[in-house]
Design a protein around this ligand. Structure first.
Ligand code: WT7
Length: 667
């Protein structure tokens, strides 16, 4: 009698000992990239390799003759004398090729509504909205803010901007109206596209109304286009505000795509850095689209005739820009957009959607996988997941247990997993397996993609072949950020001042193993990664000290089982303020209003003082040790060492805020 094969947890324990997971022969045989010589070819002549991608995957109005212009490094330019239009490449050319009836998006609403949007339908709406924006004085180079839930109109809005060369500035729906205002103000946005309201787990929240208060006095903002989406109360100001459906109904249906210079800015996207001021990351037209079109095809082994692609990220993040909108649409494939939360109406909704639309490629974040793992395998077990053929993760390092759960429970040990490392700044995936070629190891993003050069440096800038160091990218790549909006000095300072010319400083630490695989260990700066969302300690500290009762705040990231990292705030109150528990909730609420709910500290610890060096710098390492219950060890450089003991006591006592369902917006 044979013993039954181990299942569930036991199976995962067993697989933990497996050194690597090569693609199956069947997968490799059909893969888009099946020839390992591609790495070598790209390494020998990266410019030619990228130029080939740009020519093969995109339609150019004016073909480029020059590939990389590094004469003004680090302000690199790619394909600079070429012209093209992103919305033409994502829509018109597919329709012209006879694919107008292909579904671009299966949209699934929170209450189970279903809407299929074909390429032809999207093209029609995009042209009308583009004309509507033009009629309102929005033209090439004018910034348009977009603050929308995950509804089809968000795609139309982005592509309409691209069509007329108006760089969009999408603000994640989870950010507060105050954060929206800040981003619109610094980018001098001329128009904003938003919605009356948003839906979240059966509730409706007014969006436009809340935004109104925040943007009321913004001089640059001349138009607010409002999508009627949730039947929320929605005041409209005559002259400035217009309903989306009215704008479309009154617009000329024909709007030819204007050729844009390859280096024309496609969008700005604000991302947190190590100061309180978010960075306006600028991506341009030709290089960005080359990067996302190439990686969507190669990393996800995408066949637009066959696959249904689902990236669960919110469009408000770079993952949504690159792998919900531009990468899939440039490839002309069918994707899924889901409006709601992963646990509404129940915890099987994602797997219901996979089954319903026969999703074949599924891309999400480790934090979401860990949440599903916690909820249990009974939810995916309710559904037929046999359509899946490839799985992906992004946003933070994935722990091997979660990887193996994904591999066994979701992928049925059949689907390769691509752990994709990249950043808002890189625009597209940089380090990742190629699923038909790479033997994966749980927890490693494996190797730089063809055309990408990554290395590890020690602090003095010496290269490290094996072992730990800081991650750098040693060659420019087409989809790289071009600058920080209106702040070129900060661009050079943040990314290109650490090690010699031409070396891009990532901000992550990593290790390389004996096979040359990269294992990203996380940020080495004051950036926090909560559920794949990037937040800045300085930004949260600045929000906290803006509250009248707060004298000082020190914010750190502690490791967290579910969200990867969680926010811990040590707060010193002003003299005379009683340290009452209710005040903690008030401070959390205050941070939610200034930045957004996702930035609320999970723990607030009252501190009479925080550890500082003699020169007055907060010693975050000591705070992290204390928050994670470690012995802080050597503290001889401290101004006042007794601070530590007090803090350890306060930390041990602190009442933990109960963890809600994770925010999984980034994927
Ligand atoms: C930071 C970038 C672009 C993806 C969404 C986040 C971390 C991202 C991985 C991965 C380990 C990862 C890094 C990076 N990160 N992907 N596969 N493995 N870490 O974009 O907000 O710009 O954050 O996310 O720390 O620097 P982002």
């Amino acid at each position: 009698m044979s013993t039954p094969a181990p299942q569930g947890e036991d199976r995962i324990e067993l697989l933990l000992a497996t050194p690597d997971f090569p693609p199956s022969a069947a997968f490799a045989a059909q893969a888009e990239v099946a020839d390992a010589a591609i790495y070598e070819r790209a390494a020998v002549d990266p410019d030619t390799w990228w130029a080939d991608q740009a020519r093969q995957r995109l339609d150019w109005d004016t073909p480029f003759t020059e590939v990389l212009d590094d004469s003004d490094a680090p302000f690199y330019r790619w394909f600079a004398d070429g012209t093209l239009n992103v919305s033409y490449n994502c829509l018109d050319r597919h329709v012209e090729a006879g694919l107008g009836d292909r579904v671009a998006f299966h949209w699934h609403g929170e209450e189970g509504e279903q809407r299929d949007l074909t390429y032809a339908e999207l093209l029609a709406d995009v042209q009308r909205l583009a004309n509507g924006l033009k009629a309102r004085g929005v033209g090439k180079g004018d910034v348009v803010g977009i603050y929308l839930p995950m509804i089809p109109e968000v795609v139309v809005a982005m592509l309409a901007c691209a069509r007329i060369g108006a760089p969009h500035n999408v603000v994640f729906g989870g950010f507060s109206p105050t954060a929206v205002r800040e981003r619109l103000e610094v980018s001098a946005a001329k128009a904003l596209i938003t919605a009356d309201g948003g839906r979240r787990k059966g509730k409706t929240v007014p969006v436009k109304q809340a935004v109104d208060e925040a943007v009321d006095d913004l001089a640059s903002l001349q138009t607010i286009v409002v999508v009627r989406s949730a039947d929320a109360p929605c005041p409209m100001r005559a002259g400035r505000d217009v309903w989306y459906h009215d704008l479309l109904a009154g617009a000329d249906p024909h709007c030819p795509a204007e050729p844009m210079e390859a280096e024309h800015p496609l969008f700005l996207l604000y991302s947190s850095g190590s100061t309180a001021k978010p960075k306006g990351i600028v991506h341009t037209t030709g290089g960005y689209l080359t990067g996302v079109a190439t990686t969507t095809a190669t990393v996800f082994d995408l066949d637009p005739e066959r696959d249904v692609f689902w990236c669960t990220a919110d469009v408000g993040w770079i993952t949504g820009h690159s792998y919900v909108v531009y990468g899939p649409m440039a490839n002309g494939c069918t994707s899924v957009i889901y409006e709601g939360a992963p646990d509404y109406p129940d915890k099987d909704i994602w797997w219901d959607i996979v089954e319903r639309y026969r999703v074949s490629i599924f891309y999400t974040a480790p934090t979401a996988i860990r949440a599903c793992m916690k909820w249990g395998a009974q939810y995916p077990a309710k559904h037929d997941l046999s359509s899946l053929r490839l799985l992906g993760t992004v946003g933070e390092p994935i722990n091997p247990k979660a990887w193996l759960w994904y591999h066994t429970v979701i992928g049925a040990e059949r689907c390769p997993i691509v752990d994709t490392w990249w950043q808002t700044e890189t625009g597209s995936i940089m380090i990742s397996p190629l699923p038909g070629l790479t033997a994966t190891k749980p927890g490693s993003a494996t190797r730089p993609l063809p055309g990408v050069s990554a290395a590890l440096f020690d602090e003095a800038g010496g290269p490290i072949e094996q072992g730990s160091g800081v991650l750098v990218l040693t060659r420019p790549w087409p989809s790289m950020l071009r600058t920080l909006y209106k702040d070129p000095d900060r661009f050079v300072q943040t990314y290109f001042s650490q090690f010699g010319p031409g070396v891009y400083f990532v901000g992550d630490g990593a290790r390389r193993d004996e096979d040359g695989y990269f294992w990203i260990t996380g940020r080495i700066d004051d950036v926090i990664n909560v559920s794949g969302h990037r937040l800045s300690t300085a930004e949260i500290e600045s929000a906290l000290v803006a509250h009248p009762v707060v004298a000082e705040a020190a914010v750190i990231a502690a490791s967290d089982e579910l969200t990867g990292q969680s926010i811990v705030a040590y707060v010193t109150l002003r003299a005379g303020t009683a340290a009452e528990p209710a005040l903690k909730e008030a401070l959390r609420q205050h941070v939610a209003e200034r930045i957004g709910k996702l930035a609320r500290p999970k723990r607030i610890i009252w501190a009479d003082d925080v550890p500082k060096t003699r020169s007055g710098k907060i010693m975050r390492r000591l705070l992290r040790d204390i928050a994670e219950g470690r012995d802080p060890g050597d503290a001889t450089t401290l101004r006042d060492a007794s601070v530590l003991t007090k803090l350890q006591q306060a930390t041990a006592q602190v009442d933990q805020v109960p963890a809600g369902a994770p925010e999984t917006g980034n994927a």
